[in-house]
Design a protein around this ligand. Structure first.
Ligand code: SF4
Ligand code: SF4
Length: 560
């Protein structure tokens, strides 16, 4: 029996999970069009590989991962690309993003799929397959999974698979575990192999007995060292740090990564998509989405990425008074700008909203310093202080009080007797800080570019000075030679030394000039310069060194 641990705080909001778990996962009929964003993951946007008019097959790569943190994007079905352009997407910024519009041909015809037996591959090959399959964290973070499977400085002992699904209304992971437990376990085994982890701990909240049973049966049929553990139902117990704390007792402190403590954490749906990518050669083109709230038939649907939210609401029979929808849960979800936006990889749930279901919050009252918010905060913050700092735009102080450790779980807002929308204040403060940092970085980059231009101009001056120094030196050497010859002839001492002194003075003047030029402005910080610019700087430095060399190896003027 595994000993469980507690995390600080937590709340018990009504779960509303029963409504959408009465029927098995259904497949949504083929939409009339799909709008597929090229940026559905943390990191760089994928580079479009298709053009308007192209015919594509299901699973065909349409967006190539860019360098660094990025992931691939695929056609979710077969059909024709009808547009590539900006469209409103489901994102907190509310800004449009680059999307491909795909008109399905109804055949749903796959590309040729190549399977990979991970046991005959090496971890790097497996990571490449996952990168090109567009597998990202499906618990909401959408971080590219291939990067999370890299072994860093610290060995990973424990792989935690997150099946907690603590947020009210959302049941897609619950239904996935009930119906596809075997695929999740096989995906977890691939991850354990890639990370060389010793054990797999699968945490599921104890309000999902069917999922726990299905996962235990699948785990027993699999290899050793996989434990399926029921954890207490307590929001936000599905946060990675909270679940790791409950399962292992390890406290992942502020600014520390769980991998520094030998633990890596993945969502159950991510594990299943890893299995599909390797065993079936299927890129991530669909996901399970809970459609619930103000609908007649709350349920879980298998939905192609790019499907308009409107299609899901219509299929589930949204009630007439539905006035908006939320992507995610009521605690951490994102209000959608309209129902034309499409399902992305992060979309685990769509809640149809109505004024009756979610009545407007009462007006916010002054903070009475009751500290209830601090009592429930899983990050052990002082939410009331963060609120004051954010309200006063004292962002420095907010950072000092660990604003960025806030996981925006909303537990503080949930218990606040003054109905203060605390999380909105934290989001505002974070976005302001990011905006200022972005602005500062842009200004720094502009200054460095300016300094580099100045530096390049100086290089030309240095080159001229260098040539002049060499020329003067050659002329001086010639004069000295001539003086030597002349010295063999009868002449006065003054006639011999005068040209020598004159030549030496010219050399020194030229070298001094060159050295002066060589001390010209140099960019202070070259980190943001391009490799070509950095090469130019190296070239200039080499030239300076040569000038100094010239100075050091001055022509020796023979003395009488
Ligand atoms: S719960 Fe609300 S009223 Fe109480 S201290 Fe926190 S912010 Fe203030
Ligand atoms: S939203 Fe942030 S401050 Fe509030 S309880 Fe959650 S982690 Fe704490």
């Amino acid at each position: 029996m595994k000993t469980l641990h507690k995390f600080h705080g937590g709340v018990h909001p009504p779960t509303h999970k029963a409504e959408s778990t009465r029927t098995p996962i259904a497949r949504l009929p083929m939409p009339a069009k799909l709008v597929i964003p090229f940026h559905q993951h943390v990191g760089n946007i994928a580079k479009p590989l298709v053009q308007v008019g192209d015919y594509v097959l299901k699973g065909q790569l349409i967006g190539l991962p860019e360098d660094g943190i990025s992931s691939a994007i695929h056609a979710s079905t077969s059909g024709t690309i009808s547009a590539i352009g900006m469209a409103v997407v489901a994102h907190a910024s509310g800004l449009p993003d680059l999307c491909a519009t795909l008109i399905p041909d109804g055949k749903d015809e796959w590309i040729a799929r190549e399977t990979t037996d991970y046991r005959n591959a090496n971890p790097e090959q497996v990571r490449l397959v996952l990168r090109m399959a567009g597998v990202v964290g499906l618990g909401g973070a959408v971080f590219p999974s291939d990067l999370k499977l890299r072994i860093g400085k610290h060995a990973i002992k424990t792989l935690v698979i997150n099946g907690a699904e603590c947020e009210p209304y959302i049941t897609c992971d619950d239904m996935l575990m009930r119906e596809r437990a075997e695929e999740i376990i096989k995906g977890a085994e691939i991850m354990r192999w890639a990370l060389a982890a010793e054990e797999i701990l699968i945490g599921i909240e104890d309000n999902k007995p069917e999922a726990i049973l299905a996962m235990q049966i699948a785990a027993r049929a699999s290899s050793d060292n996989i434990a399926v553990i029921a954890v207490p139902t307590l929001y936000p117990g599905g946060g990675a740090k909270q679940l790791i704390r409950v399962l292992t007792g390890i406290e992942v402190a502020a600014g520390v990564r769980s991998t520094d403590k030998g633990v890596q954490c993945f969502n159950v749906a991510t594990a299943q998509s890893i299995y599909r990518a390797l065993h079936h050669g299927e890129p991530l083109v669909a996901r399970i989405v809970t459609v619930t709230g103000n609908v007649k038939n709350a349920q879980n649907l298998e939905v192609l990425i790019g499907t308009p939210v409107r299609d899901l609401l219509n299929f589930a029979h949204a009630l007439p008074d539905t006035d908006s929808s939320i992507m995610g849960g009521p605690m951490m979800g994102l209000p959608l700008p309209n129902s034309d936006v499409s399902i992305v990889k992060a979309a685990n749930c769509i809640i149809a909203s109505s004024p009756k279901l979610f009545p407007p919050a009462p007006p916010a009252m002054p903070c009475i310093r009751c500290t209830r918010c601090a009592d429930v905060c899983p990050a052990e913050l002082q939410p009331q202080d963060l609120y004051w700092f954010a309200k006063a735009k004292d962002f420095g102080k907010a950072q000092e009080f660990n604003l960025f450790d806030c996981i925006e779980c909303g537990a503080c807002s949930y218990v606040c007797p003054s109905s203060i929308p605390l999380v909105q204040y934290y989001r505002f403060a974070k976005s302001e800080i990011w905006a200022r940092e972005t602005e500062k970085n842009s200004a720094d980059a502009a200054r460095e570019r300016f300094e580099f231009r100045e530096y390049r101009t100086e290089r030309e001056k240095i080159e001229k000075a260098e040539k002049l120094a060499a020329k003067e030196k050659a002329a001086a050497a010639a004069k000295i030679e001539a003086a030597k010859v002349a010295a063999t002839q009868p002449a006065t001492a003054a006639e011999v030394t005068a040209p020598q002194d004159d030549a030496q003075a010219k050399i020194q003047a030229a070298i001094a000039h060159a050295q002066q030029q060589a001390a010209a402005i140099k960019p202070k910080n070259t980190e943001q310069l391009t490799p070509q610019q950095q090469a130019e700087i190296a070239d200039i430095e080499a030239r300076r060194a040569r000038i100094h060399e010239l100075a050091a190896t001055d022509v020796e003027v023979p003395k009488e």
